[in-house]
Design a protein around this ligand. Structure first.
Ligand SMILES: Cc1cc2nc3c(=O)[nH]c(=O)nc-3n(C[C@H](O)[C@H](O)[C@H](O)COP(=O)(O)OP(=O)(O)OC[C@H]3O[C@@H](n4cnc5c(N)ncnc54)[C@H](O)[C@@H]3O)c2cc1C
Ligand SMILES: NC(=O)C1=CN([C@@H]2O[C@H](COP(=O)(O)OP(=O)(O)OC[C@H]3O[C@@H](n4cnc5c(N)ncnc54)[C@H](OP(=O)(O)O)[C@@H]3O)[C@@H](O)[C@H]2O)C=CC1
Ligand SMILES: Nc1ccccc1C(=O)C[C@H](N)C(=O)O
Length: 463
């Protein structure tokens, strides 16, 4: 039996709260330190409703701790994308096969559910209003500020997890160690959250089982449904330039821009100007770093070691998958934490890098390509290929969203499939063209080639 540890988790966000349950399940004593106040005492979570898309990787981690069904009750399935053009015309693209969906959940609601389920565990203690200021990695001595009193306290733990998000202080401490690799890259875009309220008397003003997109080439707005009937909209917009956060300064400029760009949304957004001018602009950053651990003392997890831009809706899902992977490794654990941390970071780093790249690629798909009929035709053709070769061809979006195939495998296979799709699409003008003998023959050849390449790569990997 391995020794039970006193573990400190910095950050009681989505990943920290879920991680506490997995560690306590194995008998460890867990203390969580969160710089914000207890969300549950803020009443309606500060008034704003911000949601996230939860998909298979996230569900798997919730299932592992027995909380899947509870979350499903308040999750809204979104079966596809609903595109809105400049005239208000709608086009629909399913995410996967019938029944496959990504689920809109309230960020605060999920965090609260995780806290509510973990707090009664005698091995788990939450400490709110405690901000990590400094960490000495050699001793694991942390300097914590009580944000209510301003007092600074010292804290000692045997093991420490950094689940403190994209701007992690635990990572900050690691960055000061020898030969530490770190990069951060900001997009020239920011985001602003806006609202479409519920219909009078209740209900949703747009189709509730879809993720809505207003793709406009250089920028876009999206909307995800909430259970109270409202939608949270997010405008992804350049910081600077002719049409940008910088260029829109007055209510009139804002309304004129929205009437031109999103005319069908304007009548649904009575608080547009108030939301727009009072809500902050969020920045969009990719953070890559390595290693993720320090000796047998500390490990980063979630956004703290791999913050990705939100366009694939995978940031939290990837963080939750970190926990599933770590838990699998703990199953055969021999008590050597340093070895475990090293194995974990080696396994997850290529996948974290892959989802970071995929997320940037999906921004271009969402803001631009989805408005192109050729792109939508291509998606239909890919669905037909998947039907015809179910075990040889899985669309990239499906691999990322509806399977637990490693993100790095999905990225690599997706690139190969993209090459093949380009060749196939040269022969296709309508869905019916898919059945033409020349298309079928080309596809057959390409699938054989792809399978050979896969076997070759696998053999190399083994060698
Ligand atoms: C606009 C937007 C949309 C997104 N949409 C999706 C989506 O649809 N699907 C998806 O899977 N992901 C999405 N994400 C990503 C997702 O929000 C993150 O991946 C996820 O929140 C990461 O969880 P985490 O617990 O690692 O970090 P966080 O949720 O940031 O939690 C970190 C916690 O640590 C606390 N903390 C920070 N510093 C300190 C400190 N010094 N001391 C103590 N505590 C500290 C913070 O207060 C916070 O509570 C989106 C992100 C953005 C910005
Ligand atoms: N990958 C991405 O592009 C982004 C990811 N996220 C992730 O979303 C989750 C929650 O988002 P949310 O609650 O809105 O988080 P916030 O945007 O509120 O960020 C939390 C805190 O981080 C600090 N912070 C914010 N932006 C920066 C910055 N550019 N540089 C340094 N510090 C910054 C701020 O602290 P202070 O006030 O003390 O300065 C802020 O209060 C987090 O996981 C975060 O990791 C959030 C934004 C972008
Ligand atoms: N949750 C998000 C937040 C911001 C931007 C995109 C999403 C998505 O989920 C996009 C979805 N995966 C899509 O490809 O249509």
């Amino acid at each position: 039996m391995t020794e039970k540890k006193n573990i400190a988790i910095m950050g009681a966000g989505l990943v920290g709260s879920l991680l506490s349950l997995y560690l306590a399940k194995r008998g460890h004593k867990v203390d969580l330190y969160e710089r914000r106040p207890d969300l549950r005492k803020l009443g309606a979570f500060g008034g704003r409703s911000i949601n996230l898309a939860l998909s298979d990787r996230g569900w798997r981690a919730l299932r592992g701790i027995g909380i899947e069904e509870q979350v499903r009750k308040v999750a809204i399935p979104m079966y596809g994308r609903m595109m809105h053009d400049e005239q208000g015309n709608l086009t629909y693209q399913p995410y996967g096969k019938e029944g496959q969906a990504i689920y809109s959940v309230s960020r605060a609601g999920l965090n609260v559910a995780l806290m509510d389920i973990s707090e009664p565990d005698p091995n788990i203690t939450y400490h709110f209003n405690r901000q990590l200021l400094n960490l000495d990695l050699h001793t694991n001595e942390a300097e914590m500020r009580n944000t209510e009193t301003g007092e600074v306290e010292k804290l000692q733990s045997q093991l420490l997890f950094g689940a403190d998000g994209a701007f992690s202080m635990v990572r900050n401490a690691m960055q000061k160690t020898d030969r530490y690799n770190y990069s951060q890259s900001y997009l020239e875009y920011g985001y602003k959250e806006l609202t479409i309220p519920a219909a009078e008397g209740g209900g949703w003003l747009l189709e509730k089982h879809a993720l809505h997109i207003w793709p406009r080439g250089n920028y876009m707005m999206i909307a995800l449904p909430n259970i109270d009937g409202s939608f949270t909209c997010t405008l992804f917009f350049p910081y600077e330039g002719a049409l940008s956060f910088e260029s829109i300064k007055t209510d009139t400029e804002l309304l004129n821009f929205f009437l031109e760009a999103f005319p069908d949304a304007v009548p649904l957004m009575p608080d547009l100007a108030e939301d727009y001018f009072s809500n902050p602009i969020g920045s969009l950053v990719t953070v890559k770093c390595f290693p993720w651990s320090y000796q047998d003392k500390a490990l980063l997890i979630g956004d703290a070691c791999h913050a990705v831009v939100p366009f694939y809706g995978q940031g939290m899902n990837a963080g939750f998958e970190d926990i599933t992977v770590l838990d699998q490794m703990l199953e055969n654990f021999d008590g050597d934490w340093e070895k475990l941390f090293k194995a974990f970071e080696r396994k997850r780093k290529p996948d974290a890098d892959a989802i970071a790249d995929l997320a940037v690629m999906n921004f271009i798909e969402m803001r631009d390509k989805v408005a192109d009929p050729r792109f939508l035709l291509r998606k239909k053709i890919e669905a037909r290929i998947n039907q015809q070769y179910p075990d040889k061809w899985i669309p990239l979006y499906t691999m990322v969203t509806f399977t637990d195939l490693p993100y790095s495998y999905a990225l690599e296979t997706g690139r190969l499939q993209d090459e093949i799709m380009k060749k196939v699409m040269k022969h296709i003008q309508t869905v019916e063209d898919f059945d033409k003998p020349e298309v079928q023959q080309l596809l057959e050849e390409q699938i054989i080639y792809k399978e050979k390449l896969k076997k070759h790569t696998e053999a190399q990997g083994r060698g």
